[in-house]
Structure formats: structure tokens, C-alpha cells
Design a protein around this ligand. Structure first.
Ligand SMILES: Cc1cc2nc3c(=O)[nH]c(=O)nc-3n(C[C@H](O)[C@H](O)[C@H](O)COP(=O)(O)O)c2cc1C
Length: 154
């Protein structure tokens, strides 16, 4: 039997949904987890956060991150983001912009309220393979969803 790849789950979560999904996936597949935080906090209000995120994308000034994880001992990196205005949350966009992966498989999972999203994996650098993005509504993921996503696609 081929052993499962060592997996790190990296996520950003403003209100806890993506964090919850990250913990569930970690439990299902047995993975380490790393939470990204921004140096500057986003507003408490959702629409104010949406305005900030739009400006960040427009200006290219994506938010600075406090700390990022060491990737070298992992073969697979799963990255969790809320959907913001149909795109990746800007802290995750920042992480992907500044990260050169070292021959890992990379997959994104996204939490939203279910509106159509246009999330791109273009520009992710240094991977052996990019998995199709897993879209989830709210804070719950099932073992079936995770296993289908990873077994089928790895
Ligand atoms: C600034 C902002 C923009 C959002 N835009 C969308 C969107 O375009 N589509 C959608 O379905 N949900 C949208 N949402 C809802 C979040 O994606 C959803 O609540 C998600 O589960 C939050 O994840 P979190 O709790 O990990 O932060 C938005 C939320 C925020 C704060």
C-alpha cells in the first residue's frame, strides 16, 4: 500500500468557518494545520471588509502576513480560504503570491455562502500538481467529500 502524503493544511478564516473545515479535514486525513494571520486586522463589519478587500485587489497591496509555515517536510499542501467577492480572501492571495512551493501537490478549499465564485489557481508556483478546488458552503465538510476530492485527484 502506498502511504498517504504528509499533508499540511494552511488556512485563513475571519469568522471561523474555514477554520472549522480545516480542523475537520485534518482529522479525516491526519494532517498538520497552520493558521495565517494578517498584521493588520480587517474591520468587524462584513461590507467594510469587502470594501477593503476590493481596494487591496485593485491596488495590488495584499495584506501582510504575520508568519508563514515551513513547507519542506510536506508532500501535499491544502489551503483553505473564505470566498470574498467571488475571489480568494486577500490574505490567501497574498500567501500564494509570496510562496514558491517546493514540488508539492497543492489544493484549495473554499468556504462561502454558496454564491458563484471565480477562484483561480493561476500563478501558484512550484507545484507538482494542482488539485481541482473544493467548494463548500458554511463550516461543514464530510469525510466522503474529502476522500472523493483527494483520492480521485491525487
Ligand atoms: C468581505 C466578504 C466577502 C464575501 N463574499 C462572498 C461571496 O462573494 N460569495 C459567497 O458565497 N460568500 C461570500 N462571503 C461569505 C463568506 O465567504 C462565508 O461566510 C465564509 O464561510 C466565511 O468564512 P470564514 O468564517 O472562514 O471567514 C463573503 C464574506 C466576506 C466577509
Amino acid at each position: 500500500m502506498i502511504s498517504a502524503p504528509q499533508t499540511l493544511i494552511i488556512y485563513y478564516s475571519r469568522t471561523g468557518n474555514t477554520a472549522s473545515i480545516a480542523r475537520q479535514i485534518a482529522q479525516i486525513i491526519g494532517a498538520d494545520v497552520f493558521e495565517l494571520n494578517t498584521k493588520d486586522a480587517f474591520p468587524k463589519d462584513m461590507s467594510a471588509t469587502a470594501d477593503v478587500a476590493i481596494k487591496q485587489y485593485q491596488s495590488g497591496q495584499l495584506p501582510e502576513l504575520v508568519e508563514t509555515p515551513t513547507l519542506s517536510s510536506y508532500q501535499r499542501i491544502l489551503i483553505g480560504s473564505p470566498v470574498w467577492n467571488g475571489k480568494l480572501a486577500t490574505p490567501i492571495a497574498r500567501y500564494l503570491q509570496e510562496t514558491q512551493f517546493s514540488q508539492q501537490q497543492v489544493g484549495l478549499f473554499c468556504s462561502s455562502v454558496g454564491q458563484a465564485a471565480n477562484v483561480t489557481t493561476k500563478g501558484i508556483k512550484g507545484t507538482t500538481k494542482i488539485l481541482p478546488t473544493l467548494f463548500l458552503v458554511g463550516s461543514v465538510v464530510t469525510a466522503d467529500q474529502v476522500n472523493q476530492w483527494l483520492v480521485k485527484d491525487c
